[in-house]
Design a protein around this ligand. Sequence first.
Ligand code: ANZ
Ligand code: ZN
Length: 610
Amino acid sequence: MNEKYVPAEVETAAQAHWNALDAYRVTEGARDSQGQLKPKFYACSMLPYPSGKLHMGHVRNYTINDMLTRQLRMKGFNVLMPMGWDAFGLPAENAAMKGKTPPAQWTYSNIAYMKGQMQAMGLAIDWSREVATCQPSYYKWNQWLFLQMLKAGIAERRTQVVNWDPVDQTVLANEQVIDGKGWRSGAPVEKREIPGYYLNIVKYADELLSAVANPEDPNYLSGWPERVRLMQENWIGKSEGVRFAFPHEIKGADGTLIQDGKLYVFTTRADTIMGVTFCAVAPEHPLATHAAAGNAELAAFIEECKKGGTTEAELALKEKEGRPTGLFVTHPLTGAQVEVWVGNYVLMSYGDGAVMGVPAHDERDFAFAQKYGLDIKQVVGRVFPIERAVRPDEVELNPRGDWQEWYGWKSDAFMRCMNSGVLDGLSPSQAVTKVAELLSAKGLGEKKTTWRLRDWGISRQRYWGTPIPIIHCDDCGAVPVPEKDLPVVLPEDLIPDGSGNPLNKCASFLNVACPCCGKPARRETDTMDTFIDSSWYFMRYCDPSNDQAMVADGAKYWMPMDQYIGGIEHAILHLLYARFWTKVMRDLKLVEVSEPFHKLLTQGMVLNHI
Ligand code: ANZ
Ligand code: ZN
């Protein structure tokens, strides 16, 4: 034996030996030397983006996977450790623009380089199952499942708001918008509405939530880190409340009542309905648009709100601002006239894009009312939990003082309605039920569950992704590509130049006969969000070369995955989308499992300390 460990000698020799034996290739249903079925174990790392070179984060991830695989093999398990490439996406387009080479070339050469690095590490990978998501044999099944979802009503076409760069004449991804300006042109970005495809993930919200929030659920993910379950729970964001309308007589330019004369709001605090002193609508709300038509100052304010970010996180940091519309709606229980404001803290994409303003009991409304001198009317008071008696020094809130936490309490033990007519003396939850009854008797509202989770918009106005299999015909509209014509192959030789999606200029891709009427038609040029690629690649590893089916017996044998390993940065979106996609595949009878990942290990991020 050598005194010194010389990796180049020892490891090269060992790896050559393993390769000769094809030591890491696994087959379904493998048996031990006694002829007994070995227990299966599927251990997988999140697939890398082929960015150029491996980094230490990759090395750490795959080392954990490798040790687990080797140890379980020694214990007699049939262990699958596969590897693949998350090969579509924006960085390849940016690199292509810089280097004036097609993204495909850059991507494939990075894959070759990184694969060489992984092989030099001697990882126990079954390379016969390698998958690159930019291969037509892979993304064909993205397209096929999309068509099944269209048929099942899980996918549908709707309009979506995108970031538009008026100088580069292109749609920008969120990360290409820096301080409200296009990353290349520096021009202020505009919001535009264009059609796109959505997957109805909200339909699965209850099931997605239950497996992370309810330990009684047979699919409960007890093998996941607590904090990842919690992050998913918060992201799904179930909120139970009341949705109801303030009736009004406001007519639009065409003479008809706007939204049928009903301003709908969603509230979790219907018990405070008697404390409403204003309503606030989002800047994009139809009443805001209507009021702005004759009011230049309001129009300017609305424009200002639309700039900047509109995500919940960005809105939370903004100073609460608003403007009156001069429009009034009717309180559904008291009949009082309530003024409608436009508020920059109201999200168009949540609930109904409008809120009832209860400044006495909502912190944002409190700040808003103080700023603009609106009434603050207290309608719940604090009581002693034991004597159930009102404590005089605390029942009165101070509308001119600072916000106190108890103003917002919804505790049945500590709070009772007051100044609220028929609701007086009720606890908050009793009052919510009573208010829902009163509103429902008038046909103006009912209890409702609202989700923070949004449907998944999958259309990207980008080149380097899975083509959405749709054909646009002047006569027949948006026609799905017939299954027999799949895959719709992405041309691999285009070079983006910054002036939008190069597919829009590629005649050989664009021009096609309509599958319905045969007339000349045009292919959809949007491609799919790359989160789709990573939503099921781990199932494709199980049946990597099946060209008759998306997945088959391999997935029946290996799934669910026993151990998934990856970065915490994927704790929300990737894992949620993969869970959703798996449930859709289950409902389409493609797989038997409801949850893809039995156990999850999220390693920390490896940072570069300077
Ligand atoms: C009146 C009220 C009074 C509210 C009160 C709270 C406290 P979660 O729990 O997140 O679902 N809301 C509803 N739609 C909104 C929108 N589009 N943009 C911004 N805020 C919106 O929060 C529900 C609460 O968020 C709702 O209950 C509503 O304010 C507000 F003392 O209604 B509440
Ligand atoms: Zn047609």
